[in-house]
Write a protein that binds this ligand. Sequence first.
Ligand SMILES: Cc1ncc(COP(=O)(O)O)c(C=O)c1O
Length: 386
Amino acid sequence: MDVLKIREQLPVCQQMTYMNTGWSGPSPATVVNAIKERLDLEMNQGPTSSEVYLSGRDIQTKTREAMAALINASIDEVCVTRNTTEGLNIVMNGLSWEEGDEIITCDLEHTSVLVPSYYQQHRHGAVVKVLQFDPNENRESVLEKISGAITDRTKLVFLSHVEYSTGLRIPVKEIRQLTKDRGILLLLDGAQSAGHIALDMKNLDCDFYSIPGQKWLLGPEGVGALFIRQDLIAQVQPTFVAGRSSLTPGNPYGFEPAVETMDKFLLTSTSVALQAGTLEAVKFITDVGVASIEDRDLDLSTIMKQALINVPGVNVLSPLDRQDSTGLVSITVDGMTPEEVVGRLWQDHRIVCRQVSFPPGVRISLHFFNTEEEVEQLVEVVKGLV
Ligand SMILES: Cc1ncc(COP(=O)(O)O)c(C=O)c1O
């Protein structure tokens, strides 16, 4: 991987040390140019003139195909969304819930997992079981805790594939082995995984998976994708509906709902320009290769964790075992709040990262465009803060 050449295509790398991809990734110039070109075309030629309209339809189809290919799913199992959270809500609000149905999740989760779960508790009397995970829990104990929480009322296991707070990578295939034969559904939040680790829906064999375009894929904010396994699409009722949710859309006297198609989740107008940018982003990432990106991100985070683990006054919250790790590293610095550390890193050194609230820490996102020198710089700065 030619990291220096890649950095030339990412304008942010000339401005600062960007270590916050887990919140929102910096786009390559090609992505932003594709968005501008599309907006220019719509401005100059009119958004609904025949050629512009047809090319817009083509971009939407290609975006759906690109997202499906990225996660090795069939195009019929994928729809384009606005972000991860929309996809998660489509599933959570589309399943039918009965009082006493149990949802298993964990305390490291993002609000986009916890809040939609609690809403099913609030509305339907579902029971949310929040497992306590150590920030650096290993895969054996993750499996043990999930296995111990399963009962014959468990309807859903709902977790992030990569925990946003510490970068813990959840052992999905093994969880699947625990759930599949018992008829328990598996919904995964892929906010921190798409473009970061290689994804293969056929191999993971999960039921539902939702991803964003704007984080590790380096696309614009406003586009994501949802995967639903083919045989489950009919079980998920659309919450918002329009023409594509009907098999007889223009008929004022009869109505037949669309049941088997992901199109039923799509509403009306959307931003073709943002999808054009996402298409370029997926191309950029795919050209570099997600498998090589996954390895490089792990190498960078290993270097950082090894360098910080023995520094007195610094606590590494993220897992150390490579198989449980990703490019996210969370730390605390004794005597300083995470907000203070994040503020000092930016104000004094132009290093961008973020604080996370549970467990409280400073989260550093390391993606393939970051360099070993940048990792070393952060380590030295943190040592200086101590
Ligand atoms: C685990 C997790 N889920 C959901 C989200 C929200 O992502 P989106 O804006 O794509 O809905 C984030 C964003 O930080 C996240 O880390």
